[in-house]
Design a protein around this ligand. Structure first.
Ligand SMILES: Nc1ncnc2c1ncn2[C@@H]1O[C@H](COP(=O)(O)OP(=O)(O)OP(=O)(O)O)[C@@H](O)[C@H]1O
Ligand SMILES: [Mg+2]
Length: 451
């Protein structure tokens, strides 16, 4: 008997320790079981308390009256499926007549408390079926991406969503994106995660980092072209526009439109070209974009106009040529001068890290998802890397990137260095790299010079 009590006490202590220190492990070992039992046992009463039941139909009331039976209870939505996941539970319910998906989204906070879960989000799967995604612990506190997050052609996992799902950056669906946030909010770490995720794909990375390259230069082995000051950036963007025109020429040549060409062989972008002919898609990463738009002299103003014009052209025409833009900056509004709002209008994907004022959040979401603005301003300072992402469909969600250190990102880029494609038009901007192995000359140059 004593042995049983000791074992139980030991198990309880382990569970409490895990819950405190390793909530993800606690969830997978104990939490999921407790949560499934809790949801199934409390389901009807919680639905009733949250106002998500419907009264019985009239014919059943009449039947009960006629037969003298007790009045039937209100009905809760029928459970279609309850599926545990590595971060929570997914509950799919069939709505009763008269209910709608909005009832559930409005009650999500009440459901969260009633089922003792960390977060509940709802979405309509199809007419009459609503899915409740619940997380068992704070998944954004210590982000742990799944070992095999999946992905696809130009679709890479970057961060964890607050509903426990992986957030993917899908370039073919959302070609260009804007990423704003105050200083130290986690923009560069987000970009680093993107580079690391793209490193293993068949894609060319082109970088513009006007902080003298401190963020992107260490990852240079996986970059086909890099510019670390506005002058180089202007030339690099001109060459990229030229490359875009070359790709369009190639697509034109391959179209060969005639009456007997099958529909499937007519192409208007690189993805329909045969594998052997398809140019490598390019992702252009711009960090600290404001540096490209600021000027003090007449010459700098001319350079700025050149840069913004090239960026606007790439944003407007680049997608079909397989050129995708990823633009990061602390602010990205009309105060940066003409052309900026035109460029912003082409950046469909919006990510906003913590900002200090509503105006900055408005630059990302004001024109697409006004309620995301409030969520952005509320991101706490002690959670760098947390962001709100939205798209032009008006939806938004909170995400947080895993804290990928620069060293790990460098190692990943070096490991995939052999994948770095050469883009002839951008050859002049290929980063000059020291060899990985220390040459005698390099070793000699590191000997301290003494007087
Ligand atoms: N996902 C994350 N998890 C934990 N810490 C993070 C995360 N993202 C960023 N940080 C921390 O925040 C610091 C600042 O991040 P980062 O350099 O990405 O900010 P930034 O927005 O690019 O700032 P700046 O505009 O000054 O360049 C990082 O050094 C890191 O310590
Ligand atoms: Mg930065």
């Amino acid at each position: 008997m004593t042995a049983l009590w000791v074992t139980l006490a030991l198990v309880a202590t382990v569970a409490l320790l895990l819950r405190w220190q390793r909530p993800a492990w606690y969830w997978m070992s104990f939490g999921v079981l407790f949560a499934v039992v809790r949801v199934l046992v409390r389901y009807s009463s919680v639905m009733d308390a949250c106002g998500l039941t419907v009264p019985p139909p009239r014919w059943r009331l009449a039947l009960a009256r006629m037969t003298g039976r007790p009045v039937p209870d209100s009905k809760a939505p029928r459970i279609l499926r309850l599926r545990p996941t590595r971060t929570g539970l997914v509950l799919r319910v069939k709505l009763r007549p008269g209910q709608d998906a909005f009832d559930f989204s409005a009650a999500s906070d009440r459901l969260r408390h009633s089922f003792v879960m960390r977060n509940v989000t709802t979405r309509e799967i199809r007419s009459g079926v609503v899915e409740l995604r619940m997380t068992g612990y704070d998944v954004l506190k210590r982000v742990q991406m799944p070992a095999r997050p999946g992905g696809g052609v130009m679709r890479v996992p970057v961060a964890m969503r607050e509903d426990g799902e992986v957030y993917y950056r899908d370039y073919r669906q959302v070609p260009h994106a804007l990423n704003v946030g105050a200083t130290q909010s986690g923009k560069s770490v987000y970009q680093r995660n993107l580079v690391a995720a793209l490193a293993g794909l068949n894609v060319a990375l082109v970088g513009i980092d006007c902080k003298q390259g401190v963020e992107l230069a260490p990852l240079a082995r996986r970059f086909s072209a890099l510019a670390d000051n506005p002058d180089n950036a202007a030339d690099l963007l001109d060459s990229l526009v030229e490359h875009m025109h070359d790709v369009y020429q190639l697509i034109r040549r391959e179209q060969r439109l005639s009456a007997d060409t099958p529909d499937a062989e007519i192409t208007a972008d690189i993805w329909d070209l045969p594998d052997g002919l398809r140019p490598t898609p390019i992702v252009l990463m711009v960090d600290e974009v404001a540096e490209l738009a600021l000027f003090a002299t007449k010459d700098e103003e001319k350079r700025r106009d050149r840069i913004i014009t090239s960026l606007v052209r790439l944003a407007q025409l680049g997608r079909a040529a397989g050129i995708y833009l990823e633009i990061c900056g602390q602010r990205f509004g009309s105060e940066l001068g003409k052309g900026i709002t035109m460029l912003r209008a082409q950046l469909t994907g919006r990510t906003a890290h913590r900002v200090n004022d509503e105006t900055s959040a408005n630059m990302a979401f004001g024109d697409i998802a006004p309620d995301a603005v409030l969520a952005t301003v509320q991101i706490p300072t002690d959670r760098p890397g947390t962001a709100v992402v939205g798209d032009s469909s008006g939806g938004w969600v909170r995400i947080r990137t895993p804290h990928l250190t620069l060293r790990r990102a460098v190692n990943l880029c070096n490991a995939h260095a052999s994948r770095t494609p050469e883009i002839p038009a951008l050859d002049a901007f290929r980063p000059v790299l020291p060899s990985l192995a220390k040459t005698p000359a390099a070793a000699a140059s590191t000997v301290p010079v003494t007087a």
